[in-house]
Design a protein around this ligand. Structure first.
Ligand code: GLY
Length: 300
């Protein structure tokens, strides 16, 4: 295949705040270093996501959101490239880097492993137990509980009382009635003209136990094919209903300008649901969000 110019785009989660752009920049540089070593796009997106998972300011890996019970952490992650790799994990507990477990699922006969089976598989692949909950995650949890006792709806369009009504953590809800939702992700076009995407999240907050968002669902939070790669960030329930990543991918594959495709994609979700999109195509790279979202971009 002909040598192409490489491109990297990284996001740190819809609504996470542009002040976190330095973390995205470090992640994009990790991806660029992987490409400079001659590694493929898949290794580059994974390198970027590992940096964000290890930065407790982001809702993924070490900084993953606490469940409404203040204890449980369930994480989702996925990887895909235009060479045929596709694998993901959902509702995974007690690992440091879910994106590395997602990558290792590609060695199994399956595409997606969830819950306890995913955790046991992680151990089999050598991922040690990891249950660090940084102070930032605890603070975000308490801020969320405070909001849930008000009229503010941390999950756009969903009445806070729904989380008490369907409470499935055991015990009693720790709020009188019922923050945000973010994810980290990266897309890359490598020097061989192949495309790759990876994503990781601690899930949306608030959410019920066992809830799985868009991040491990192909075509929803992520997609990569011969025409490009797309990753979405935001409230999974809106992203899933619109199969946002593959919808945008199909527009790009049909020749729609990448930036227009991102605009059309964002227009599918309610404007009050923080949402972001990143994409690379054969000739373009871009990002767009309807709320303050950290991004980084490196073009060769
Ligand atoms: N986009 C992350 C989630 O909804 O879980």
């Amino acid at each position: 295949m002909q040598a192409a110019s490489s491109a990297i785009v990284v996001h740190g989660g819809a609504g996470a705040g542009e002040e976190l752009s330095d973390g995205c920049r470090c992640a994009a540089e990790a991806a660029a270093q992987a490409l400079a070593r001659g590694e493929q796009g898949l290794a580059a997106v994974i390198a970027a996501v590992v940096v964000l998972e290890d930065d407790e300011r982001f809702n993924a890996g070490t900084g993953a959101a606490l469940g409404l019970d203040g204890k449980t952490i369930e994480m989702d992650a996925s990887v895909m490239d235009s060479r045929g790799t596709l694998s993901a994990v959902a509702a995974l507990r007690s690992v440091k880097n879910p994106v590395l477990v997602a990558r290792d699922v590609a060695r199994s006969p399956h595409v997606l492993l969830a819950g306890e089976g995913a955790q046991r598989y992680a151990r089999l692949m050598g991922h040690a137990p990891y249950d660090v909950v940084p102070e930032t995650a605890r603070r975000r949890h308490w801020e969320l509980l405070e909001k849930m006792g008000t009229c503010e709806q941390p999950m756009a369009g969903v009445d806070n009382i729904e989380f008490a009504r369907f409470w499935n953590y055991g015990g009693q809800p720790g709020f009188d009635a019922p923050q945000g939702c973010d994810t980290v992700g990266a897309v890359v076009r490598d020097a061989d003209g192949h495309f790759a995407v990876a994503g990781s999240t601690g899930g949306s907050a608030p959410s019920l136990l066992g809830r799985v968002g868009d991040t491990p669902l192909i075509g929803c939070g992520f997609y990569a094919g011969p025409a490009g790669a797309v990753a979405a960030t935001g409230i999974g329930e809106y992203i899933i209903r619109n199969m946002l990543a593959i919808t945008v991918y199909h527009w790009i594959a049909a020749g729609v300008d990448l930036h227009l495709a991102l605009q059309r994609g964002l227009a599918l979700v309610p404007p009050d649901a923080s949402t972001g999109l990143i994409a690379v195509s054969k000739t373009q790279a871009g990002w767009l969000a309807n709320s303050s979202t950290p991004f980084a971009h490196i073009q060769d």
